[in-house]
Structures are given as C-alpha cells and as structure tokens.
Design a protein around this ligand. Structure first.
Ligand SMILES: C[S@@+](CC[C@H](N)C(=O)[O-])C[C@H]1O[C@@H](n2cnc3c(N)ncnc32)[C@H](O)[C@@H]1O
Length: 253
C-alpha cells in the first residue's frame, strides 16, 4: 500500500503525479491530514467512515448506564460518533483534529484538542475511558495505554476497539476494506496495528486486566448494506481476535 502512495514535490509542496482517485491519495498512510480532507464525511452514514458508526454502536453496548455526573473520556473521539449512544455521561472527547472536534462539540461532546499520549486531564478523573479505533493510529501504544489507565478512577471501566497486528488483519482490514469502501484508503499504517499481547501487558501495568473479544460486521447486514438497503450494520462477536477486536477491563482498586 505504501508503494502506491504519491510523492510530493518538496519545492512547491504539490503532488508530482497525476490527479488522485481519492482526496487523500497523495498522503502517506495514517497522515492526520486525511481527517481534514474527509471532514465532511464523518456523519455520512454511507460514507468512508460508515463502519465507525457501526463500531460506535457496538462500543456503546459495553458502556454501563451512567450514574449522575459520571464522566466518560473518549480518546481520539473524532467527530463524536459515540455521542448519541452515551447520553447522560459528561462526555469528554480528546482528538488532534480541529475539524473533527468542531463536529463533536456540535453533538454535545466537551472537547479538548490534544494528543492521547499526553492528556491534559487529572489522574482518576474518569468513570469510563473509551479508546475506539485510535490505538492503531498512535506511534507509542504503551504511552497511550498508560494515559488511558491513568485517567480511570479505581473500579473505572476501560473500553477499547482496535485492529490486530496480524497478516490476516492487514489483508482483511486494510487491503480488502479500503478497496471495497469500508475504510478510507490510506487511513491505516500496517506498521501501527496493535500487538494483542503487548496491549494486555500494558493494560495490566496500568492496573487493568483487559479481556479481548473479536468482532465483525454481521454478514446479512453487510450484504444488505452493500446493495444499499439500510445504513447500519450490526457488529457481532466472532471467534478470533486476529482482525478487529474489542477489549474491556476495570481498574483495580
Ligand atoms: C479512525 S478515527 C476514530 C474516531 C472515533 N474514535 C470513532 O470511532 O469514530 C481515529 C481518530 O483518532 C485521532 N487521533 C489519531 N492519533 C491521535 C493522537 N495521537 N491523539 C489524539 N487523537 C488522535 C484522529 O484525529 C481521528 O479522529
């Protein structure tokens, strides 16, 4: 995939290649600029971020009903796709993308522009910390997990979903998904896929014993979606965590 990316003319800052098929074709994999170019696509139910909507619904099913004043910190919140599913929480979203945060704010998320590797929030401030489809975008998995665990109060819940560092995942979630429109081309850098053992180890280091569960889109739902019937596909459990998986765990204490 990297080999098909176009190079830039450093002198003029413009692509030195023919017009791109996608607005992000001249970018390197995982370039944050992609989120700016696709800023108007976040809330399109059939757009390139469609699967993030299905994942947000599945993630929310792991989040308990809020008690009054409960705080949910959403790491890499994007445009706030989780917001409609977690009403009742003080929903704090952290992201690096200005345009995404603007949209999250419009959905009631209290936003902070920042890096998940250095969160400007106090220890133990969160009842729930969510890291949805963000760990496979960071260059320091241990640092991101340490920050997530640091924010949790004792007994607080970590909820995550991400992509596994396996050949199967590279094929299914990158090669195939990007080709059939289930993910924007170039959104993932295969080098950043998440090593599940390292993830569990770093969570344990932060006081969270995390349990992993593989998930995938329901096949009838995906079939209906592919013939333009319906806009949402239910994510269902699957036997393997080798592609897309969720994780949950409570902080000790
Ligand atoms: C695939 S999107 C997922 C967005 C959201 N969690 C969802 O599921 O709809 C990844 C998001 O992570 C953000 N992101 C990537 N690296 C980040 C970092 N180091 N710190 C904060 N946000 C980051 C991106 O800007 C983008 O909004």
């Amino acid at each position: 995939m990297t080999g098909t990316r176009k190079s830039f003319d450093a002198t003029h800052g413009s692509p030195v290649c023919p017009p791109a098929d996608h607005p992000q074709d001249d970018l390197e994999p995982n370039d944050p600029e992609l989120y700016e170019r696709l800023a108007d696509q976040w809330w399109q139910p059939r757009g390139p971020f469609a699967m993030l909507h299905w994942l947000a619904a599945a993630r929310a099913r792991l989040v308990p009903a809020p008690h009054p004043g409960a705080v949910l910190v959403d790491l890499g919140c994007g445009a706030g796709l989780l917001a409609p599913h977690v009403r009742g929480y003080r929903h704090i979203g952290v992201d690096t993308s200005q345009s995404a945060l603007r949209q999250a704010r419009a959905r009631g998320v209290r936003t902070i522009r920042g890096d998940v590797l250095a969160l400007p929030l106090p220890d133990g401030c969160a009842d729930v910390v969510v890291a949805g489809e963000v760990l496979e975008h960071v260059h320091d998995l241990a640092g991101a997990v340490a920050e997530a665990c640091r924010l949790l109060r004792p007994g607080g819940l970590l909820v995550l979903d991400t992509l596994a560092d396996t050949a199967l995942c590279r094929f299914v979630a990158i090669t195939v998904a990007e080709r059939v429109g289930l993910a924007p081309p170039g959104v993932h850098d295969p080098a950043l896929l998440v090593d599940r053992e390292a993830l569990a180890r770093e969570c344990a280091r932060g006081g969270v014993h995390v349990e992993l569960q593989g998930i995938r889109p329901s096949l009838p739902g995906l079939l209906a979606w592919s013939v333009r019937r319906g806009t949402a596909v239910r994510m269902v459990p699957t036997a393997t965590t080798a592609v897309l998986f969720q994780g949950t765990g409570r902080k000790k204490g």
